[in-house]
Design a binder for this molecule. Structure first.
Ligand code: SF4
Length: 151
């Protein structure tokens, strides 16, 4: 049977080991660095064909992909992207950037869904969005949506 002194020494060593592990986990969590991602939820699809565009040719990588459904980021991947992107940013404000191709080809409802998912996973952080668009599809519905969600 171990002596009381040996028991307390073993317990103290165990507590020290747990504290070290916990402190390393905390260090890893606070060692996150902010980074920026451009999301392309409609891939290279666009309603224009600018001569200088470097990105439209990517469509040829997947011949026969139906438009736009074959290019739209599916709901489960969209949600996982939003969840992980927010969780991986150590800042109190998280900035999303939506690009294409032409992201407005997805329609306003797709972006309403994005806002709902961001709200679900915000975890107290402030979420910002930027949208890079050629503007051709910006009708009244889009303008109401954008004006109604201005930060
Ligand atoms: S609007 Fe943008 S994405 Fe569309 S063809 Fe022109 S440069 Fe490419």
């Amino acid at each position: 049977m171990p002596s009381a002194a040996a028991f307390f020494e073993a317990r103290s060593n165990l507590m020290y080991s747990i504290q070290c592990r916990y402190s390393n986990m905390e260090k890893q969590a606070t060692n996150l660095h902010p980074f920026h991602v451009l999301a392309k939820p409609v891939g290279p699809l666009c309603n224009l064909a600018c001569k200088y565009c470097f990105y439209l040719e990517k469509e040829r990588l997947y011949p026969g992909n139906p438009q736009p459904t074959g290019w739209t980021l599916p709901d489960e991947i969209l949600e996982e992207y939003i969840r992980q992107y927010i969780a991986s940013q150590p800042t109190p404000v998280v900035s999303f950037a939506w690009q294409g191709g032409e992201p407005t080809m997805l329609g306003v409802d797709y972006f309403r869904k994005i806002l709902a998912l961001q709200e679900r996973h915000a975890n107290g952080k402030r979420i910002e969005n930027t949208l890079q668009t050629n503007g051709v599809l910006l009708d009244d519905a889009w303008c109401e949506f954008l004006a109604g969600n201005r930060s």
